[in-house]
Design a protein around this ligand. Sequence first.
Ligand code: 1HN
Length: 362
Amino acid sequence: MSAAMSAAVSEARRAFYRAIDPLGLAPLWEVLHALVPARPASAAEPALWRWQDVRPEVLRAGELIGAAEAVRRVLIMENPGLRGQSSATGTLYAGLQLILPGEVAPSHRHSQTALRFVLEGRGAYTAVNGERHTMEPGDFVITPSWTWHDHGNPGHEPVIWLDGLDIPLLRMLDAGFAENRPDAGGPATGPTTGPASEPERPEGDALARYGSNLRPYPEERAALAAPLFVYPYGRSRAAVLQLARSGPPHPVHGYKMQYINPTTGGAAMRTMATFLQLLPRGFTGHWYRSTDASVHSVVEGHGWIEIGESPRLRRFEWGPRDHFVVPSWQPYRIGSAAESVLFSFSDRPVHEALGIWREALT
Ligand code: 1HN
């Protein structure tokens, strides 16, 4: 086709697109490649938040707004490729929450599932459906969809934890609901606020019932959304350390374990998988990728991760309480300079439920 002819064709096509636009019609052939890419092309980018940079800002937020006014005093870790969308990955939200001594973050519930991973400080509790857990660094706590939850800090130190939620996923599904805990004492003060809850069971109840390689007998009604909502760090850490004493590391993942719902054996939450991983000193993982995008929180040790492909290869050096994101399908390899422990979460259960999860060595 001559240049003049192809110009005439494209002008005719553009006129056609303008004509069909008011009818709510658009040509597939202009967007087909983007709609059905040969491989995932995530808008999310590899990203790192250094603890030494973000911690002072989290504490400064504590000078500027109270937990009650903020409802949840959190600095969102926004992916640089997704600014303004409150997203760490396409499907996952991650934030750093601060609660100061004497503060309460009031009770509410929402269809979004949340996880907490404690980074710093002792003495704050989170309550899930009437049971409190007083948190220590490294504790992993879940708030399944539609469970009442609130936080308080009757202790003496600021407490900071990582929040992980499936907010972008539920936004995509238009499945967001939220409500305040009904308050006999008066109206709620905002769209998502309510009073702190009174404990309905003693601390440790869920761990005794479902976190001890036992279950209540006769079987309880299966109505519990969160049979177990607490995974104390001491136990989880001991498990990965023991694993590391009894065989070689996995070539990609080192010594990695998944947090499970003990009544199903599956992921602890329905939308997010969570892991604790030990990398022995001097470990270099094999290049790998998977379709689930993940957020990582360093607990102990030092190391590095390389993400992506040349010329867009990124390398991050990480240490305690640093956070980083590995987007979907980006090749990565992880290595350690010292024995290290990392917590991570991803949207893998959703991929698996849909039958689309993939992984590959690269
Ligand atoms: C939420 O309920 C919490 O309960 C934390 O601590 C972060 C981000 C968005 C929506 C709800 C919490 C949240 C949140």
